[in-house]
Structure formats: C-alpha cells, structure tokens
Design a protein around this ligand. Structure first.
Ligand code: ATP
Ligand code: MG
Length: 199
C-alpha cells in the first residue's frame, strides 16, 4: 500500500472513531456526585485520590480528606495539599505495627466520625476516604453503616475511597472502580520508600 493510501485509510478510520467518541460524549449528560473506588494491590491508589484532590482544589472546590490507618504525618501530600484541604490523619499505623486491636477499633471509629460528618455536609464537594477498605475488611467499622452513609450523602458530593480488597458491596455502590495491578514494585528490589514517589 502506498503512503497516500495508508494516509487516506487512516483518515477514514479516525473519522469513524471520532463519530463514535463524539456520540458517546453527547450521550453522557448527567452531572452528579460520584463514588470512585481505587483498589487492587498495585501502587497508585492514594496518589490517584490526591490527583483528584488537586483537580478539585484547582476548581476552587471544598475538599475533605480522612486518612485512615496511616500514622506518618510527614507525607508530601499532606504538607502540600493540606494547606488547601481539610486534612485528617487518624491512623496509628498498620495492624501489624500497632498489634492492639482495641486501640485500632477506637482509632477507626474516631476517623469514621470525622468522615461521617463530612458525608452529611453538602459544603464538602469532594471527600477522600484514604485506606477506608481495611477498616471494613477487618470489621473495625459497621460495613452497613458505612455503605448507608455513602449512599445517602449529598447528591452532588464526590467521594473517593482507596485501599486494597474493596468489598463487592462497595464496588456495587460505586460509579467508577479502578483496580490497580501490582506488576512490579521497587520495594521488592530492595528500594526503600522514596519521598516524592512513595510518601
Ligand atoms: P500510593 O500512596 O503510592 O498511591 P497506594 O495507595 O496504592 O500507594 P498503599 O497500599 O496505600 O498503596 O501503600 C502505600 C505505600 O506502600 C507507598 O509507599 C507505596 O509505594 C507502597 N506500595 C504500594 N503498593 C505496593 C506494593 N504492591 N508493594 C510494595 N509497596 C507498595
Ligand atoms: Mg494508599
């Protein structure tokens, strides 16, 4: 096939594709608060949520972030985005660090109280519940109460939930679900957590 023929075919294929994409965009007319779940074993769940925080802040939206589990308060995201968003770090660390189930449950419930307040307040336009899934899989929070609060939040409020092992019920309730696969991670090659990339 000559170069000219190839170019002609390419243009025709792209025109067909553009018509399909334009039709799909034209058909998507709803605007409402979305529940986004970012789960899976690969790296990029929390940072995806923080990307949406940056986007929302750029639009002048009011943003609330609750970080469950995490105990470190030296993260770049909190230092930078925390200047513009309401930011709560409520974790004491992972269960294998704390080794104290009763304290973990109390901490989880303290964090959830903050989250529940945000989910009942329409002035928050984006709420990030970072690592919430673990509190549900460990049974530290009443899953039905959490799902109920998510389902009955203000209609225009967006929520991003991150963490491995999102439950079927959470996935069912969500509008957008991304499962990040763990293809490779530098940690397994002996690289310690790097500022700017890992925290
Ligand atoms: P990030 O905050 O980088 O987006 P994440 O939210 O997807 O990561 P978490 O399970 O919350 O993943 O873990 C946070 C920390 O653990 C980060 O330092 C991240 O690089 C690291 N991490 C994430 N996934 C893996 C993995 N599969 N193997 C090893 N370390 C990981
Ligand atoms: Mg995370």
């Amino acid at each position: 096939m000559s170069e000219t023929e190839q170019n002609t075919r390419h243009a025709a294929r792209m025109a067909r594709k553009k018509a399909l994409v334009d039709a799909a965009i034209a058909a998507a007319t709803d605007a409402r608060g979305l529940l986004v779940v970012v789960t899976g074993n690969g790296k990029g769940k929390s940072t995806s949520a923080f990307g949406m925080v940056a986007r929302a802040l750029g639009h002048g939206m009011k943003v609330g972030v609750v970080q469950f589990i995490k105990s470190r308060t030296d993260t770049g995201e909190e230092a930078f985005l925390g200047r513009h968003a309401e930011w709560h770090v409520t974790g004491d660390g992972f269960t294998w660090d704390t080794q104290d189930r009763a304290r973990d449950i109390a901490t989880a419930q303290r964090g959830w109280a903050i989250a529940a307040r945000m989910l009942a307040d329409p002035s928050y336009q984006l709420v990030v519940l970072d690592e919430l899934t673990y509190l549900l899989s460990y049974g530290y929070l009443d899953a039905d109460a959490v799902l109920d609060a998510l389902a009955h939040r203000p209609p225009m409020q967006h929520v991003v939930v991150t963490g491995r092992g999102a439950s079927a019920a959470l996935v069912e309730l969500a509008d957008t679900v991304s499962v990040i696969a763990d293809e490779k991670h530098a940690f397994r090659a002996g690289v310690k957590a790097q500022p700017g990339i890992d925290f």
